[in-house]
Design a protein. Structure first.
Length: 172
């Protein structure tokens, strides 16, 4: 009876095979997993640990034990594993090709309880402050959009002169 429950009985295994069933996580192609892990290591998310890589693999349909991902990651990226273990990850370089290529907008909530929500935006290339203001609220995206459009109107001549297309990406 114990063999039937555990799935080690020959009849049960043959029945599993005939139905196209297999034990979950028992079979995976190591070369395919290695190539996918290598793709993950070549991306900007290369600072991820084995758990994050394992979750990525699971979302893509791979059924692989977590300890197998850990072993493969230690083989493929021993330096990165050691840096993660010591909590000494290297910072990545952040490069912008030209002014007005990317603007960063953020709100400062420390003074919000006193009635002073602050919003600011900088140009990443030049670190120029495009706007800095105290608003009524920083929960309303319309206020941020107004500030953005105000700066764009001021810079409209400059943007037309260099034929720069502006792409608005709001990240919350």
């Amino acid at each position: 009876m114990i063999n039937i429950i555990s799935g080690k009985d020959t009849n049960t295994m043959n029945r599993y095979k005939s139905l196209g069933l297999r034990l979950r996580g028992a079979h995976f192609d190591e070369t395919e997993v290695r190539s996918r892990i290598q793709l993950e290591l070549d991306r900007p998310s290369c600072l991820s640990g084995y758990r994050s890589v394992w979750h990525t693999l699971r979302h893509e349909g791979f059924t692989i034990p977590r300890h197998s991902v850990e072993i493969l990651l230690r083989e493929m990226d021993p330096d990165g594993c050691e840096l993660r273990r010591r909590h000494q990850l290297q910072r990545r370089t952040y490069v912008n090709p030209r002014p007005n290529f990317c603007w960063h907008t953020d709100g400062y909530d420390k003074l919000k309880p006193y009635g002073f929500p602050i919003h600011a935006c900088i140009d990443v290339f030049s670190c120029k402050v495009l706007w800095l203001g105290v608003t009524q609220t920083n929960n309303d995206p319309v206020i941020v959009a107004r500030s953005y459009l105000g700066v764009v109107k001021e810079m409209e001549d400059l943007l037309e002169k260099f034929d720069v297309t502006v792409e608005l990406k709001m990240v919350y």
